[in-house]
Design a protein around this ligand. Sequence first.
Ligand code: ATP
Length: 275
Amino acid sequence: MLMMDVDNTPPRPSAAPDDVLIAIDQLSKTYVSASGAAVHALSRISLDIKPGEFVCVVGPSGCGKSTLLRLLAGLDGYSDGRLLLDGEAVAGPSRKVGVVFQAANLLPWMTVRDNVRLPLRVGGKHAPAADRIERLLAVTGLGEFGDKYPYELSGGMQQRAGICRALARDPEILLMDEPFGALDALTRERLNLELQRIWQENRKTILLITHSISEAIFLADRVIVMSARPGRILADLHVPIPRPRTFDDIVLHPDYARLAKEVRGLLNAQEHGHD
Ligand SMILES: Nc1ncnc2c1ncn2[C@@H]1O[C@H](COP(=O)(O)OP(=O)(O)OP(=O)(O)O)[C@@H](O)[C@H]1O
């Protein structure tokens, strides 16, 4: 008998394998509420994300999606488990990571260009790559708006500026928490198309949280479905639909219908679990 036929599965190595950029291993997070009660937000989440993958996370409200993103961004500490970015334990915010939240949070007294440039200045780079900033503005349709102030922009444009700012330092990983949640449906679809294009051009690794099943399937290589709190992973669904995708085409795709039904079924079961 060949030795390799024997099932002696090795223990998980301490560093993630080369083809894993984000390694989440048995990750748990418990908050202590103002009244002193323990709030179990995440329970033993395990998930590996490869470089260049586009992963969308859906789940019921309060299931710990934003918590997961904050832990990945190094903005909060975890209670148990392991969290590695590029083989290194997350111990705080990293230059490898850009974050986009639901509100663009642009500084109102700075122009769009200065807002986008801000992470480079804060990061101590004295000669921010002007070309790069201009290219980012152009790619996101803000080429003509660099000198404007945030109040002069629509909500969708502000959100695009927020994406530019997150990309300014050329991070390997982009974490997006409901980035288009506050926008009208058409603007949201347009920005989904733009994000698809930006991702295809740059191949960042993206983890995006959304409440929209169609947005998740449209954008993702994988859709992760989380349970009600404490958040666990219920399903990790591969989206085999070729890119570039359009909304008109994708809704007619049999895999779209199959995946949407599966995700909806899982989420509905969670809602009923609360009854
Ligand atoms: N700082 C905190 N202190 C105590 N509890 C918290 C804290 N932050 C979040 N929680 C709780 O942890 C749970 C998960 O919150 P989180 O914001 O991660 O959920 P979510 O899935 O992103 O929700 P939503 O979809 O509504 O944005 C919730 O019950 C929330 O009340």
